[in-house]
Ligand binder design. Structure first.
Ligand code: AMP
Length: 396
């Protein structure tokens, strides 16, 4: 058998796929089908001969995965020559039940279905991807890799909200955390870059993309993270507010005569950078700020202030910190953000070498700095492939 895993990330109207060598991390091909169910769906396949793009109606997730398989056959690499080992599925919410990647069977599907109320937008789409892949690859092991699983090591004091027992016991109200696949990958990479064993390092990971989250990782185990029951809590994000007084939704529902669901939607879709600057794309916020736009200037400042606050809090949680690591779109590509977020932290041993920061180096702190500041590109597909291989007994 090869080490190749087909990694699938099914969204409500999209399907992302990647053919990854779980050992080397090399992606032989990848692709994205968007606007599934609309009259003009879009399919891009990145194969060995470059990109193939098409627009046509793709009715559902089954047709989308079939389109991906057709693209493999037409543009390569041919899947029958590859001898796939497994299909790895990104599943957003694994609740308290899944602390590790899991071989999918009917029981697992039932458990992921039970968790739909906790992730009503994501888990149904992930399940759809699983069902379709099981039909099209009936003989391959299918592995679920949960966004929440890495954070199942949080101590009780960190994951518990101070709310009535019945909410916690009967409704699963607690911190779960997300982006776990990315935090796992990046914290392992940080240890490798420091030439230390994962078990010996304490790391603060800042995953700053469209969604943003921080994690405190002690010896390879997540001990605190900023997202909570849902991915709304914590840092300022593209369209999500992150932290706010929990009384705000009820107050606004009363004041505006809106339902709590409507307010929740606004907090998820119309807040964050979008609410502050009118743009959810960080590059656009940077452009507007450079032109002196006050909303974008405020957005940048709020974003950095929140980040700095979390770094300080997670420093206190960990006690000692070996590295602060930036990852995902904003974290990997914005030296301005990295410099602003770390301003004034010298007394904590966190300093930047501005030349390295601007040059796009991996280690952007001075060599003699007590805390290494690193920029590590995340690779969730590789992590999913790696974990899927481990589940089917081929891991390293
Ligand atoms: P992700 O979710 O990881 O794809 O990250 C998306 C976010 O990264 C968006 O807000 C982008 O604007 C931001 N981003 C991508 N490239 C850059 C860049 N060169 N500078 C600043 N932000 C960037």
């Amino acid at each position: 058998m090869s080490d190749h895993v087909l990694v699938i990330n099914a969204g409500s109207s999209s399907l992302k796929y990647s053919l990854v060598d779980g050992r080397s991390g090399e992606a032989a091909a990848s692709g994205l089908v968007e606007r599934i169910g609309e009259s003009q769906s879009r399919h891009v396949h990145h194969g060995p001969d470059g990109d193939a793009e098409s627009e046509r109606a793709i009715a559902d997730h089954e047709a989308a995965l079939q389109a991906a398989l057709d693209a493999f056959a037409e543009h390569g690499p041919a899947l029958d020559g590859i001898d796939l080992t497994a299909v790895g599925h990104r599943v957003v919410h694994g609740g308290a039940r899944f602390g590790a990647p899991t071989l999918i069977d009917d029981d697992v599907i039932a458990a992921v279905t039970d968790l739909v109320p906790l992730a009503p937008l994501h888990n149904p789409a992930n399940l759809e991807g699983i069902e379709v892949a099981r039909r099209l690859f009936p003989n391959l092991p299918q592995v679920a890799v949960f966004d929440t699983a890495f954070h199942q090591t949080l101590p009780e004091a960190a994951y518990t909200y101070a709310v009535p027992l019945a909410w916690r016991d009967d409704h699963g109200v607690r911190r779960y955390g997300f982006h776990g696949t990315s935090h796992a990958f990046v914290s392992q990479e940080a240890a490798r870059l420091l030439d230390r064993a994962v078990a010996d390092v304490n790391v603060i990971v800042l995953h700053l993309g469209n969604g943003c989250s921080a994690a405190a990782v002690r010896g390879g185990r997540s001990v605190e993270t900023s997202m909570g029951l849902t991915p709304l809590e914590g840092l300022v994000m593209g369209t999500r507010s992150g932290d706010l007084d929990p009384a705000v939704p009820a107050y606004l529902a009363r004041e505006l005569g809106r339902t709590v669901d409507e307010v929740d939607r606004q907090l998820n879709k119309a807040s964050g950078l979008k609410g502050l600057a009118g743009a959810n794309d960080f590059r656009e916020v940077l452009r507007l700020r450079a032109d002196g736009d006050p909303g974008a200037t405020l957005a940048f400042d709020v974003y950095c202030h929140r980040l700095r606050k979390y770094i300080g809090a997670y420093y206190a949680v960990l006690g000692t910190v070996d590295a602060v690591v930036f990852t995902a779109g904003v974290g990997e590509h914005s030296p301005d953000l990295r410099a602003a977020a770390l301003t004034g932290l010298d007394r904590l041993g966190i300093t930047l070498d501005e030349t390295r920061n601007r040059a796009g180096a991996t280690r952007i702190s001075p060599d003699d700095s007590p805390v290494a500041v690193l920029v590590v590109p995340t690779n969730e597909e590789w992590q999913i492939a790696r974990e899927a291989l481990a589940v089917v007994g081929q891991g390293t």
